[in-house]
Write a protein that binds this ligand. Structure first.
Ligand code: GDG
Length: 726
């Protein structure tokens, strides 16, 4: 059977309304629904979303009717009431996130009741999606309104396959970090296994934010969380090419064009089509057109600007103001340049039927697409598809994601009025051969990477990300765990080696001993394990012996401190290391200098080693400093027997001969054990794993490449395994 595909987006592709007390269903054949239709061939799918009507207006019976009717169309409704629509949709989504994601911090409203509702509604969507989440299902969550859904789903079922796609820009981290709930939003999205954006710039900004705000590093776009990998990538959305290519020359379209030409024969048409949104740069576009007319009055009566602004988000104040601004400008320009039988701007504040839109695309000599910011911008691509005559000029803002692909457009900075005015002139006067050359190149691109390709690509990458996750890791499965427990039970001379930080205890912000004390529960657990006289438990850590001693006063627990520098057995500490005074003198000033210059860095001096901790350093700075520090330390140490190592947010300097492998090799080799278990998470534990006999149970905690036989995901899973031993 095919895997199930669950699409989750705020709006469903079907809108429900009530006319004269009767429910009416209207399919909006948007690009995404076309793409999903194409995926349906290979997957059984369901679309979860809001049907566009407030639930306050519906009786329980009507809700049931809607659910049944939508089911027939492959949809499942999430009902929202007026208060939810107001605070979640108009509020947090469109008055907080939308302006910030488009670099309009001044328009952004911060209201905690919006945020509360955003969380509530995201949870409703997650729950609705879960109803369909069979074991192999893929869940694809869309856009900025639902950023918390991936994590909400993951928290409920950690094995789900979840993808997330953002249709807007992802802003630079300096803007993103203005959002009060920035951490929760990033964590929310990181619940997915694959996160898609329109361009690499947005991927890059997202990764920069996760690094700066959450401290999560990435390797070539893959974010390594403690227990999962999250892949990020660019998937530039396409359009249903054939629909616009065909749509521009059917009979109805031709007749619309003839009517249009009755009024505008021999006139060049400049076209502008957008949702009336302040991000689309409509007032700025009007200014540029006015400047163009000022500079080239010979174009009066020879060129007209047709502006289609589709009403949008009328409940939000900024949108009401925008309408007033546009209308003032249109009327001023028309007032300045109109004659009794001609005016330079035709303005429409209403949506156009599809055929009329196509007729205009096909008729427009110049298409003016100059958003101040735009995730992609589909209008630009639709114009290209509709040009079956292969001529026409696209003027495109380089602030739109589409500019990365459509480099044969006349690219402009929408804030540069003079440049846009010049581009209008250049477009209207461009030679036909140049127009065709540019247009054909753009058509080749847009016809290749269509909306179907985009969706198929994303879903395939999502499946692959799961396969990679499963093949890369050596997760200890239930059957292997049963064998381990069985071997444990059957054995009577057991050696259990346990690393501390990152294995028995989650990392604290600072290396201070007080911050990482074992909990009473953990102490009890270890005590119970040691009470079984068939067990030899040893905590093996890079920490100082004084710290380990403070943590574990139980004489029956063996301790190995400083990666083997000190060993505690039978109530006695033994020192296993050589003189360190020479090399320590050399490197200490360097380490101190790097602490002074790096806010948040901490130097820990131990008997046989140094640790330079950078967990609390601002991540970008940490990256630069740690690389510089390693180079400087290695230079100072020369070919000494002393090594510089990188661990979990730590640079360590210690003898190359002092490591956990050396520390336990002798012990493990003693022929006295019939069961060995070694668990650790850091590079130093890899030495320990390598020193173990092949039949030992070696377990790495986390997602790193490892020499251990098995991996488990988290400290909690380690503790659970130890509990099972008991
Ligand atoms: C978001 C992102 C990203 C417009 N007027 C009429 C009409 N339209 C159709 C267009 C086009 C769609 O609406 C607008 O899409 P855009 O991409 O231009 O802009 P957003 O609505 O802001 O979309 C954007 C997109 O998501 C996809 O990821 O590209 O960056 O902001 O399809 O044709 N359609 C009809 N009459 C109109 O008057 N029939």
């Amino acid at each position: 059977m095919n895997d199930k595909l669950i699409i989750v987006s705020t709006r469903l592709p079907v809108s429900v309304s009530k006319v004269d007390g009767k429910l009416r269903y209207e399919s909006s054949a948007g690009g995404l629904s076309t793409a999903i239709d194409s995926l349906k061939k290979s997957a059984d799918s369901v679309w979860v979303g809001w049907p566009g009507i407030a639930s306050d207006d519906l009786t329980p019976k009507e809700k049931t009717e809607i659910t049944t009717e939508l089911q027939k169309r492959g949809c499942y409704p999430v009902f929202l009431n007026n208060n939810e629509i107001n605070k979640f949709y108009s509020g947090y989504s469109n008055s907080t996130l939308w302006p910030l994601f488009h670099y309009f911090p001044k328009e952004a409203q911060y209201d905690s009741s919006y945020w509360d509702m955003y969380q509530d509604v995201n949870m409703q969507f997650a729950r609705a999606a879960l109803k369909f989440a069979t074991a192999n299902a893929k869940i694809w969550v869309h856009d900025y309104q639902l950023m918390l859904v991936p994590k909400m789903l993951r928290d409920i079922n950690k094995d789900l396959t979840i993808g997330f796609f953002l249709h807007t820009p992802f802003p630079a981290s300096e803007v993103f970090r203005l959002i009060p709930e920035r951490e929760a939003l990033l964590e929310g999205v990181l619940g997915a296994s694959l996160i898609g954006f329109h361009t690499y710039d947005y991927v890059h900004y997202f990764l920069a934010s996760t690094l700066k705000i959450l401290g999560y590093e990435n390797t070539l776009g893959t974010v390594r969380l403690d227990n999962r990998l999250v892949q990020t990538d660019a998937f530039p959305i396409g359009i249903d090419y054939k629909k616009y290519a065909k749509g521009s020359y059917n009979r109805k379209v031709s007749s619309i064009q003839r009517t249009f030409d009755l009024f505008r024969a021999k006139t060049q048409v400049i076209l502008s089509v957008d949702r009336a949104d302040y991000t689309k740069g409509i007032p700025e576009r009007l200014d540029a057109f006015e400047l163009f007319l000022d500079r080239h009055p010979d174009f009066l009566r020879r060129a007209v600007l047709v502006i289609v602004a589709v009403p949008s988000r009328g409940d939000v104040n900024a949108y009401k103001e925008l309408r007033a601004t546009i209308e003032q400008k249109v009327s001023r320009i028309n007032g300045r340049f109109s004659t009794i039988d001609w005016s330079p701007i035709t303005y429409r504040y209403q949506p156009l039927p599809f055929d009329e839109l196509c007729a205009l695309y096909a008729r427009a000599d110049v298409m003016l697409v100059t958003p101040l910011r735009d995730g992609m911008n589909l209008v630009a691509k639709e114009y290209v598809a509709a040009r079956h005559s292969h001529n026409g000029v696209l003027i495109l803002s380089d602030m739109a994601g589409a500019a990365i692909e459509l480099t044969d457009a006349l690219l402009v900075n929408p804030n540069n009025t003079s440049q846009v005015a010049d581009a209008i002139y250049e477009g209207l006067t461009m030679r036909e051969t140049d127009q065709r050359k540019r247009m054909r190149k753009m058509q080749a691109r847009v016809s290749q990477y269509t909306i179907e390709k985009w969706a198929q690509d994303f879903v395939k990458e999502l499946s692959d990300s799961v396969k990679k996750r499963d093949t890369n890791a050596k997760w200890l499965n239930q059957q292997q765990e049963r064998v381990l427990l069985d071997d444990y039970k059957k054995s009577s001379r057991r050696l259990i080696l346990l690393d501390y930080d990152g294995t028995l205890k989650n990392f604290a912000d600072s290396p201070d001993a007080d911050r990482s004390e074992p909990s009473i529960k953990l102490k009890k657990l270890l005590k119970t394990l040691t009470q079984d006289k068939q067990n030899k438990i040893i905590i093996i850590s890079g920490r100082k012996r004084t710290t380990l001693h403070k943590y574990f006063r139980n004489k029956d627990i063996g301790l190995i401190a400083e990666h083997g520098g000190w060993v505690y057995d039978d109530g006695q500490w033994t020192k296993f290391n050589q003189n360190t005074s020479d090399w320590k003198k050399k490197v200490k000033p360097i380490l101190k200098e790097f602490v002074a210059r790096t806010p948040g860095a901490v130097l820990e001096e131990k008997d046989f080693s140094f640790a330079w901790h950078y967990r609390q350093v601002q991540p970008n700075l940490a990256y630069v400093r740690k690389e510089a520090l390693k180079t400087k330390l290695r230079g100072a140490l020369g070919t000494d027997d002393i090594g510089v190592y990188e661990g979990q947010k730590i640079i360590e300097v210690k003898s190359k001969r002092m490591n956990k492998g050396v520390a336990v090799a002798g012990l493990a080799a003693k022929n006295q054990w019939d069961f060995i278990l070694a668990i650790g998470d850091d590079y130093t534990d890899e030495d320990m794993f390598l020193a173990m006999p092949t039949d030992a149970y070696t377990i790495n905690v986390g997602t790193d490449h490892t020499n251990a036989r098995y991996q488990i995901r988290s400290v909690d899973d380690v503790l659970e395994l130890l509990r099972l031993l008991i």
